[in-house]
Design a protein around this ligand. Structure first.
Ligand code: DLL
Length: 434
């Protein structure tokens, strides 16, 4: 089944025509309504009329997360605030997150792209979708919810956590679809096994998973544990949320919803646009968004694009699963964390050296973060009681900064490795890149 055959199987010619028309409109809308874009375009001497072909997009400036942060909270909106009916924010920062605003029409587009994706996973109104993504400022909960309602399925909006209850509901309600982050899915499987749940107790037919990086082995493990195929969901708050690209039954890359999101791959050093098949940083332009048009957003996610008709019949370009980031952002239990936030928390403490290392592991399929921090010689000779107090204090500062509990280990002065070039701040033992 294809949700919107006319668009999803559109010819290359027709698609390009549609994309160009929408690109011209969105560029004009952004220029006329968002002071940030007016200034950027004027600085570069570009006018909306200069966009005559799709390739002309390369003349437009790139937008970064910092640009969006600078416009916090509502500076990127292209419509009066009264027309924005919902907002979400990026996860992770308690300082200045990026805000995403949606008009009613934008929510309709969001529902549409998620409906296409859920249909790719083989779902329809017969399905019972257990949505374990958080409902709140995170886009995961609502995005999946809108798509599920659009296809007429029954949503179980259970949100994150309450793992034992999740399992009980899966069994009692006869859940047919599980929506999870890959790490939460594996944790859920493990607890289910502990609870003595058998595969025959489950009624699962598909799993939708995303929001963080994963390996092919993780997918295999999820499929084996739940005895159902698992499909990739990609998206980001700044652009819309989940639904930017989704995987079809071929399980071989994600179709980018190209009539709404225009993808490019750039070399993150030179900013040059790369050819299809070449790996680089994904850049996305929203082609139809009204509330908050985003031009050439640097996602910092590393992938490549592949064109050509897919065996499923869809023509939209495919992107490979994300295999890395061009910055040092980490996703810990689905929350975005930057090492600079840890540094900021540490700088609030006296007697602490700015030498630290973050160690991320995934015992029992749940992310754990340890921050090793060097103390000053004076502090280290102090009493154990005092050290315990300091450790707690740092843990609280970090919690305030990133919204997650981490374990702090105080280490002796001059014991963490020193580097000659860029400090290696993060040791990610989750091994996500192969
Ligand atoms: O994670 C949106 C989402 C929710 C996607 C639910 C899928 C399911 P943010 O919190 O803004 O939005 O984080 C976006 O997460 O730039 C990627 O680095 C990473 N990411 C999202 N989906 C995937 C995926 C949501 N399928 C950031 N594979 C993105 C790998 C992903 N990384």
């Amino acid at each position: 089944m294809i949700w919107n055959e006319e668009i999803e199987c559109i010819s290359e010619d027709e698609l390009e025509k549609l994309q160009l028309k929408r690109l011209q409109e969105v560029v004009k809308r952004a220029y006329e309504n968002v002071p940030y874009y007016k200034k950027r375009f004027d600085d570069e001497g570009i006018k909306p009329e200069d966009i005559k072909t799709l390739d002309d997009i390369q003349k437009l400036p790139l937008t970064t997360k910092d640009d969006l942060r600078a416009a916090y909270p509502f500076g990127m909106f292209a419509v009066p605030r009264q027309e924005i009916v919902e907002v979400h924010t990026s996860s992770g920062t308690t300082g200045k997150p990026t805000v995403s605003g949606y008009t009613r029409q934008d929510l309709e587009i969001w529902s549409e792209v998620m409906a296409r994706g859920l249909t790719m996973f083989g779902l329809n109104e017969d399905d019972l979708i257990q949505n374990t993504h958080g409902y709140g400022l995170f886009t995961g909960g609502f995005g999946v919810h809108y798509g599920a309602q659009k296809i007429g399925a029954t949503v179980i909006p259970i949100s994150t956590g309450q793992t034992r209850r999740q399992i009980e509901i899966m069994k009692d309600f006869g859940t047919t679809v599980l929506i999870v982050t890959p790490s939460y899915g594996l944790y859920l499987a493990e607890v289910a096994e502990e609870e003595g749940l058998k595969q025959e107790d489950l009624n699962l037919k598909s799993i939708g998973f995303g929001a963080e990086m994963w390996t092919e082995e993780m997918r295999q493990e999820l499929q084996k544990r739940f005895n159902a195929p698992a499909y990739n969901i990609y998206g980001l708050t700044e652009i819309m949320g989940p639904g930017v690209a989704l995987e079809c039954p071929e399980q071989d890359g994600l179709h980018v919803m190209e009539d709404h999101f225009y993808p490019e791959i750039i070399d993150s050093e030179t900013m040059d646009v790369l050819e299809d098949g070449e790996k680089g940083e994904l850049v996305i332009t929203t082609l139809s968004r009204h509330g908050m048009p985003i031009i050439r957003f640097r996602t910092k996610d590393v992938t490549s694009l592949r064109r050509g008709k897919c065996a499923c019949g869809r023509t939209h370009v495919k992107m490979e699963r994300i295999t890395g980031r061009t910055d040092d952002m980490l996703k810990i239990r689905g929350v975005a964390v930057f090492p600079s936030q840890i540094e900021k928390a540490l700088l609030k403490m006296d007697g602490i050296e700015p030498h630290y290392q973050i160690i991320v592991t995934r015992p029992q399929h749940l992310d754990e973060m340890e921050v090793q921090v060097e103390t000053s010689p004076k502090l280290f000779s102090d009493e154990v009681k005092e050290l315990v107090g300091i450790k707690k204090k740092i843990e609280n500062y970090i919690h305030n900064e990133i919204g997650l509990r981490v374990t702090v280990t105080l280490v002796e002065p001059k014991t963490l490795p020193r580097s000659e070039g860029k400090a290696v701040r993060v040791i990610d033992k989750r091994d996500m890149n192969n």
